[in-house]
Ligand binder design. Structure first.
Ligand code: ADP
Ligand code: ADP
Length: 229
């Protein structure tokens, strides 16, 4: 059984003019536990749409998205998304941004254990010195480290990354790619990343999936390439 299964998925958007727009047509994809998959393809080919359906932020018009045998119908902490724009709360410190999520999701765990999870993940991304700073006092790379720490602190089954390094300069991006590679290897979390950057996909992925959906391309075709390690 696949860990994540995208099963004959269509996503057809209704348009204001009464027509429809086919963003995904008949997409099939099976993902194994612990795999790191990159979704690539030209702008508008449906990468974010597919990621959002695994997140439960969007629903297929036809077909299903299945995690461990269960249909995904809504968002949940077992599938955390890291967005390009970090989505941190600007009035909270690094530590508070992470602990807010940890306290909410792990309400039943003792306070000491929750604090331990938070501190462990602050260290994991190398932000000990910045733990009391607010997002406005951090560089882009540091903000994205916070978002990654917050996502992984919730121990998701699937980590979803939507152009996570798209807003960063090349040097910062390189450093964070290395860090993410290390973290994913250690945590064995199943990951799906949307990226424009083929080098990034080659560096991080076990498999690269190219979507060729879109108005100009042949709809429904997937190019699926395994990366030898
Ligand atoms: P990508 O992430 O590959 O750039 P998206 O998944 O964001 O592509 O979008 C796929 C296509 O669906 C795009 O052409 C986009 O314009 C269209 N689309 C996305 N959301 C909507 C919507 N709510 N209504 C209509 N069209 C949409
Ligand atoms: P990285 O994400 O790899 O740390 P950055 O370019 O984000 O790369 O930052 C490099 C280093 O510079 C950081 O680790 C941090 O020590 C320091 N730094 C950058 N911007 C700031 C800032 N606004 N406030 C404090 N330290 C910063």
């Amino acid at each position: 059984m696949s860990f994540v299964e995208i099963d004959h998925v269509d996503r057809i958007y209704p348009l204001a003019n009464g027509g429809t727009y086919v963003a995904l047509r008949n997409v099939d994809l099976k993902i194994k536990q612990g795999e790191f998959i990159s979704l690539i393809g030209h702008s508008g080919c449906g990468k974010s749409t597919l990621l959002n359906m695994v997140a439960g932020l969007d629903k297929p018009t036809r077909g299903g998205v299945i995690l461990e045998g269960k249909q995904i119908t809504s968002p949940g902490p077992d599938r955390m998304v890291v967005f390009q724009n970090y989505s941190l709360l600007p009035w909270l410190s690094v530590r508070e941004n992470i602990s807010l999520a940890v306290d909410e999701v792990f309400q039943n765990k003792p306070r000491g254990e929750r604090k331990g999870i938070v501190e462990h993940h602050i260290d994991m991304v190398g932000l000990r010195q910045a733990a009391d700073k607010r997002p406005g006092q951090l560089s882009g790379g540091m903000k994205q480290r916070v978002a990654i720490a917050r996502a992984l602190a919730l121990r998701p089954k699937v980590l979803l990354l939507d152009e996570p390094f798209g807003a960063l300069d090349a040097l910062t991006r390189g450093g964070l790619q290395e860090k993410l590679m290390q973290i994913c290897e250690e945590s064995h979390v199943t990951s799906i990343m949307v990226t424009h950057d083929v080098d990034e996909a080659l560096l991080l992925s076990d498999r690269i999936v190219m979507l060729t959906n879109g108005p100009e391309a042949h709809i429904g075709q997937i190019l699926d390439v395994s990366i030898p390690r």
